[in-house]
Design a protein around this ligand. Structure first.
Ligand code: PGA
Length: 257
């Protein structure tokens, strides 16, 4: 069986003014005493904080990511930020296709794929989000929706080293609700199998599949120990160093690389 080093990623969304960097510093200090931590740690602050966060995180094991990018490297697109700009600001990853962007900005699978390709072009890891709405789950369409999103959003030739999938049931985001471990196992197993259809076996077997949606210190261990769950994408609980650290600690002493 392939061992996959897990990733715990924090998504700050539009939370965080300069003062929030103190939480990053606190997280850095706590993780500095955890050399054997069995997971990679990534924080995705708002783009406005990337440059400062880069300096705050210098010398730490915490990687820096962004929350979205434009598909093009440059041009006349007021207010947008390219993957190249994010890389230039110190990001190593970028989230694409988060359900909030799919909903708020009408992002299609094709656009999400173009953004993932832009991330790769700029040397960034693309964290591609998929997940069903409450109605879709109720209607028994979860696997169909996830399949359509994967087929439409994952670039051809995506590799385990440059792409991460995040399964985030829309109804679980920010609600305190979570799927049962059995439901998570079903979808993650399905995603692994789908990746096997889309990608070379080596990439499909090694690609990280994160779970996201109301991950908290209290449920992290249970959710993160589900088969084919290779880490978490954490929103609200990533804003407080103590909570995020507690989630990351689910991997203490495990799979240390
Ligand atoms: P949440 O958000 O942890 O606050 O539910 C997760 C996400 O949207 O990535």
């Amino acid at each position: 069986m392939t061992t996959i080093r897990p990733l715990v990623a924090g998504n700050w969304k539009i939370n965080g003014l300069t003062a929030q960097l103190a939480e990053l510093q606190a997280l850095k200090d706590r993780l500095a005493s955890e050399p054997a931590l069995g997971a990679d740690v990534l924080v995705c602050p708002p783009a406005t904080l990337l440059a400062q966060a880069r300096w705050a995180l210098r010398g730490s094991m915490i990687a820096l990511g962004a929350q979205d990018c434009h598909p093009l490297p440059s041009g006349a697109h007021t207010g947008d930020i390219s993957a190249e700009m994010l890389a230039d600001a110190g990001a190593s990853s970028v989230i694409v296709g988060h359900s909030e962007r799919r909903t708020d900005h009408g992002e299609t699978d094709a656009l999400v794929r173009a953004k993932a390709e832009a991330a790769h072009r700029a040397g960034l890891t693309a964290i591609i989000c998929v997940g069903e709405t409450e109605k879709e789950r109720r209607d028994g369409e979860t696997l169909e929706i996830v399949k359509r999103q994967l087929r439409g959003s994952v670039p051809e030739g995506a590799r385990a080293t440059d792409t991460v999938i995040a399964y985030e049931p829309v109804w679980a985001i920010g609600t305190g609700l979570t799927p049962t471990p059995e439901d998570v196992a079903e979808v993650h197993g399905f995603i692994r199998a789908e990746l096997g259809q889309l990608l070379a076996p080596r990439e499909a077997d090694r690609m990280r599949i994160l779970y996201g949606g109301s991950v908290k210190p209290a449920n992290a261990k249970e959710l993160l120990s589900v088969k084919d769950v290779n880490g978490a994408l954490v929103g609200g609980a990533s804003l407080k160093a103590d909570d995020f650290y507690a989630i990351v600690s689910a991997y203490r002493g495990e799979n240390a690389a």
